[in-house]
Design a protein around this ligand. Structure first.
Ligand code: KDG
Length: 311
């Protein structure tokens, strides 16, 4: 058994320090929300595994090497001989504005299907982590994620869902139609405030949406508030955590780091307040460094950022 299994699309991210249209030097990085979470957990010493499809070329090899270098199990990765790697371009337009574009339609990752996940799921995991990105990629990916959530929850596995709405991939209505039922399989749902109504009634406010999720069996609803920290709703009420004040240089990946911190706390059986403290600490590490996951801490570095839940 691994501690955490996650499934999704690993992207090759090409970063430009200035406007893409003017060209110049790009740097190549691994990206993908689920990979970021897996790396966050592996850095903290948990056994994390990732499953998905990668291209059968150098870019697919790059993805696997990066995952392995970070200690993430990738035995559940399928190499797709027919489809290319999904790409993400990140251009820095101003000191604090970055713009993202995807070249991922028809990618290897988007061809994920139920059969790809049978082996990894059967191998067992304490936590199955899913995001609302993967089901937006294709019909087979949507089926695969829904199947995995249903199987894992029926087997009593702790399922985590980060809504992660991506407007470039699907409409809010399409996302709601898939993600609302998906959330019903989850033990923990993570969302930013403006994503909550994608897993509840359209237009539901935060309290109503959280209450609705708890009624449907979700144990914890986590609302990410960025620089304002986070709120957790459980049957026992609402718990708040302040963000750790740091200078933010790159917010991409912060939500994934937050989720990784929370799930690490869950695996370590911390209480809610300490799970949230670890979540906001990892969020702070992520925003204070460039890259989706490069700045995430090892366990002995947790205490580097004041206020973080060490140990
Ligand atoms: O959360 C960071 C992700 O957005 C990034 O790594 C790319 O997975 C990604 C996506 O689909 O946007």
């Amino acid at each position: 058994d691994v501690d955490l299994l996650t499934v999704g699309e690993a992207l090759v991210s090409l970063r430009s320090p200035g406007p893409l249209a003017t060209g110049g030097t790009l740097t190549m990085h691994l990206a993908g929300a689920e990979c970021n979470v897996a790396i966050g957990l592996a850095r903290l010493g948990h056994r994390a595994a990732w499953a998905g499809r990668v291209s059968a070329d150098e870019l697919g090899e790059f993805v696997l090497r990066q995952l392995r270098a970070e200690g993430v199990g990738a035995d559940g990765a399928h190499r797709d001989p027919d489809r290319p790697a999904g790409l993400m371009f990140l251009e820095r337009r101003t000191a604090d504005v970055t713009r993202v574009r995807y070249n991922r339609a028809g990618s290897a990752g988007s061809a994920l299907n139920v059969d790809d996940l049978r082996g990894p799921l059967a191998a067992g995991a304490r936590v199955l982590h899913l995001t609302g990105i993967t089901p937006a990629l294709s019909e087979s990916a949507r089926e695969a994620v829904t199947w995995a959530a249903r199987e894992a929850s029926a087997a009593g596995t702790f399922v985590s869902l980060d809504v992660n709405y991506r407007a470039r991939l699907w409409s809010r209505a399409a996302a709601r139609a898939t993600l609302t039922p998906l959330a019903g399989y989850a033990s923990v749902v993570v969302a930013s405030a403006d994503e909550l109504d994608l897993v509840a009634e359209p237009g539901a406010d935060e309290t109503t949406a959280a209450a609705d999720l708890l009624r449907r069996g979700v144990r914890t609803v986590l609302v990410k508030l960025g620089a304002d920290g986070a709120r957790a709703y459980t049957r026992d009420g609402v718990t708040e955590a302040a963000a750790v004040p740091v200078t933010a240089v790159d917010t991409v990946g912060a939500g994934d780091a937050f989720t990784a911190g929370y799930l690490s706390g869950h695996l370590d059986r911390l209480d809610l307040v300490d799970r949230l403290r670890r979540a906001v600490a990892l969020g702070a590490f992520a925003v204070a460094a460039h890259g989706d996951w490069e700045g995430l801490p090892r366990r002995d570095e947790l205490s580097l950022i004041a206020g973080s839940a060490a140990g």
